[in-house]
Design a protein around this ligand. Structure first.
Ligand SMILES: [Zn+2]
Ligand SMILES: [Zn+2]
Length: 114
């Protein structure tokens, strides 16, 4: 089974960092943090290597880092840059944690309450 190169867990719900990044970017723009998007892209490139034996269920890009590890990576950056956003980030994207129910809504969550 394909496993995440960071945490070695099996990738059960493959959604690539590129697709997750778009969701995070949408949220940042809605919160008026548009100037953070370039940094977000750099942070994504640090961890996203588009290769491996897993394909994203949304865009078919190869991937080898699980959603959880990618979002933890983004959260670490967010804590350094804009710690006031960390709580909301965890509320919106925290369900990617390995213990979260598999049936959690994966997409479109950032569009709530605009
Ligand atoms: Zn992982
Ligand atoms: Zn994707």
């Amino acid at each position: 089974m394909p496993a995440c190169v960071v945490c070695r867990e099996t990738i059960t719900q493959p959604l690539c960092p590129g697709c997750l990044e778009r969701q995070v970017a949408t949220w940042l723009q809605e919160r008026d943090y548009g100037e953070a998007l370039q940094q977000l892209r750099d942070v994504t490139e640090e961890i996203h290597v588009p290769e491996g034996a897993t394909w994203c269920i949304k865009c078919n890009t190869h991937m080898n880092v699980c959603s959880y590890c990618y979002l933890e990576h983004v959260k670490a950056w967010l804590l350094r840059r804009s710690p006031e956003l960390e709580y909301e980030f965890s509320q919106l994207f925290g369900f990617f944690a390995p213990v979260a129910p598999v049936a959690a809504p994966v997409l479109e969550v950032v569009h709530h309450g605009t």
